[in-house]
Design a protein around this ligand. Structure first.
Ligand SMILES: CC(C)(COP(=O)(O)OP(=O)(O)OC[C@H]1O[C@@H](n2cnc3c(N)ncnc32)[C@H](O)[C@@H]1OP(=O)(O)O)[C@@H](O)C(=O)NCCC(=O)NCCS
Length: 151
């Protein structure tokens, strides 16, 4: 059964492993693995824990196992990953809706992000639009996107 809840410090190991595996398996379809490697190294359990103190971080759990994560830092959506074997069954859509609700409750009316190429179509189908900005991130090009949240 799917449960979406706030990140807890005890999730740091599982969230780190999830991010690292998803980058290796999914993002490597769009970015060379050697350019992803610095990011894979960056998201250690210690770093995940530190970042969680600056962000509102959610996790998705299936039968007690962490299979997804998403975070909001200020008005910015970040670190959104669903474990490869759990993709395509709606968990990402539910996590995105949950973080949008967190943003709305915090009085944020526009959520933005630098989307990975892997996520652009997914976000577009969920009401995000390109802002026209592109940046060269650690692993390669990222696409500026935003969505005005309904009130
Ligand atoms: C982008 C991502 C978070 C989406 O999560 P998800 O749980 O797969 O999302 P959902 O299941 O809600 O929706 C996935 C969409 O792809 C389709 N899909 C079908 N098979 C799929 C598969 N094997 N894998 C992924 N998506 C698939 C789904 O039908 C759905 O289509 P829709 O947009 O028309 O509804 C996830 O794919 C992911 O972790 N990607 C790698 C990390 C990443 O790039 N994150 C974004 C950072 S900005």
């Amino acid at each position: 059964m799917l449960k979406i809840r706030d990140f807890a410090p005890a999730d740091a190991e599982a969230v780190s492993a999830l991010i690292r595996q998803t980058m290796r398996v999914s993002n490597s379809n769009d970015y060379p693995l050697e350019r992803l490697q610095p990011l894979i190294d960056y998201f250690s359990p210690e770093k995940v824990l530190l970042l969680s103190e600056e962000r509102h971080c959610l996790v998705a759990e299936v039968d007690g196992c962490v299979v997804g994560t998403i975070a909001l830092e200020g008005t910015e959506l970040c670190t959104f990953f669903i474990a490869p074997s759990y993709q395509g069954i709606g968990i990402g859509s539910q996590l995105l809706a949950a973080i949008e609700a967190v943003a709305l409750a915090a009085g944020i009316d526009t959520i933005r992000m630098d989307a990975s190429l892997t996520g652009v179509e997914f976000y577009t189908r969920r009401g995000y639009r390109r802002t026209g900005g592109e940046l060269e991130g650690t692993a390669g090009v990222q696409v500026g996107m935003e969505k005005r949240l309904a009130r």
